[in-house]
Design a protein around this ligand. Structure first.
Ligand SMILES: *Cc1c(COP(=O)(O)O)cnc(C)c1O
Length: 238
């Protein structure tokens, strides 16, 4: 077994154990491999080990690696901060965008997909998006405030060519109770009359805290370090 296959197996068996202990089915949790700063060859090796879902934070870095990996059936997720003038590439090069935190970003993503349809007569299946919620009200973090979520869901869920799937949170360090608050918020949208169709994704948990996140109901964990080892080089293409 390669190192990557071994570390992936280890993470998968941890997920299994956590799910078993919590009495939930292990296929209710999707493992995203966070490949920021990892070169294309490393992504290819992890793909060979069986991984299909990869998440990137920096657009230019992601586009250049995607160009080297077009022969692989990877599902690409964007989990970085979204700049308003970069939405076109996000709409056309990713299957999922997790960091949508204001209406204008969702409107632009939707518009780009409509333009693509008009120009080429085809549009890729709807773009999956999650609304990022600043669950701990941190000054330094992106995301809408928890109290803004309901309005944003209402406004975004009517936009064409987008599939609003759920929320993404990055809690403050050592704030595991934030996972529970996020879960309650996520379910509160489902409880509403106008819950969007396909509202099924609670994106939370990273290498250091995915056990707590899964226990609180996470359906998608974003794991970098535990799969690839510590990130050595800072991204140089920012
Ligand atoms: C980098 C990153 C991760 C992965 O972090 P690890 O601790 O390496 O698992 C997850 N989510 C987001 C938003 C990230 O930026």
């Amino acid at each position: 077994m390669t190192d990557f296959a071994a570390s992936r197996q280890q993470v998968l068996s941890q997920i299994n154990n956590i799910c078993r202990n919590c009495g939930i089915s292990d296929d209710s949790v999707t493992l995203l491999a966070v490949s920021k700063t990892q070169p294309a060859e490393v992504i290819r090796a992890m793909y060979t080990a069986g991984q299909r879902f990869f998440a990137e934070n920096y657009l230019q870095e992601a586009l250049s690696k995607q160009a080297d990996l077009t022969d692989l059936a990877i599902e690409w997720h964007f989990i970085g901060q979204i700049q308003r003038n970069k939405t076109r590439d996000l709409a056309t090069h990713f299957s999922w965008v997790h960091g949508v935190d204001r209406l204008i970003i969702a409107q632009r993503l939707s518009q780009h997909l409509a333009e693509q349809l008009e120009k080429q007569g085809v549009v890729q299946s709807p773009l999956n998006i999650c609304i990022q919620v600043n669950i701990d009200h941190e000054e330094s973090k992106a995301g809408c405030l928890p109290e803004e979520l309901a309005d944003l869901v209402e406004q975004i869920s009517i936009l064409p060519d987008l599939a609003l799937r759920g929320i993404m949170v990055i809690p403050e360090v050592n704030h595991q109770d934030a996972f529970v608050r996020a879960q309650v918020l996520f379910e509160s949208v489902r409880a509403k009359h106008h819950s969007p169709e396909g509202w099924d994704t609670l994106s939370m948990g990273m290498s250091g805290d995915f056990a707590d996140a899964i226990a609180a109901g996470s359906t998608m964990i974003r794991v970098g370090t535990a799969l690839f080892g510590a990130r050595v080089s800072p991204p140089t293409h920012l």
